[in-house]
Design a protein around this ligand. Structure first.
Ligand SMILES: Nc1ncnc2c1ncn2[C@@H]1O[C@H](COP(=O)(O)OP(=O)(O)O)[C@@H](O)[C@H]1O
Ligand SMILES: [Mg+2]
Length: 150
């Protein structure tokens, strides 16, 4: 069993101001593991893309308070896992959604590269979705060993 060093759960209203809140929280969360600047930027960016998707796509046209759920774990093995979920519209065809440059958003604002960014900035990306129920994105990233430590 991989030992968990720390974990964090956040529930944020699906509002664009919370993209920055999520980025700040993940930075603070992984800081104790001494990530490189690049690893930190990768995690911030990947999380931001997933959170933005919940805000922009999942609850489009929905009235009332909607939430983005973020769960992060840091393991003794220096693995970081991020789980981002929503209770929004879901994704009909995940493979198509993950294809570069596919977007159902406003093409003047969105470029359809979010999943590609999440994929390339982490070690693994899993997308689960049920149309009408919501979407969960799981990402894993293994941080490099700290210099001078075993
Ligand atoms: N959480 C989500 N809920 C519903 N649809 C989503 C979600 N995340 C992604 N999608 C769908 O996948 C598409 C591709 O996402 P992405 O690669 O981030 O590009 P973009 O956000 O620029 O459209 C989106 O246009 C949308 O149709
Ligand atoms: Mg996106």
């Amino acid at each position: 069993m991989k030992r968990i060093i720390n974990e964090m759960k956040l529930r944020l209203p699906a509002d664009s101001r919370n993209e920055a809140v999520a980025r700040s929280c993940i930075s603070a969360f992984v800081a104790e593991a001494n990530p490189t600047v690049e690893e930190l930027c990768d995690l911030r960016c990947a999380l931001s893309e997933a959170v933005t998707n919940c805000i922009v796509h999942a609850y489009r046209g929905r009235e009332g308070l909607c939430y983005v759920y973020i769960s992060a774990r840091l393991y003794e093995t220096r693995e970081v896992t991020l789980e981002i979920s929503d209770n929004g519209c879901g994704i009909e065809d995940i493979e198509r959604a993950r294809a570069p440059m596919f977007t159902t958003g406003d093409p003047t604002e969105r470029c359809g590269m979010g999943f590609l960014v999440m994929d390339s900035f982490t070690d693994s990306l899993t997308v689960k979705s049920r149309p009408g129920k919501g979407t969960t994105v799981l990402m894993r990233k293994i941080l490099a060993p700290v210099q001078g430590e075993k």
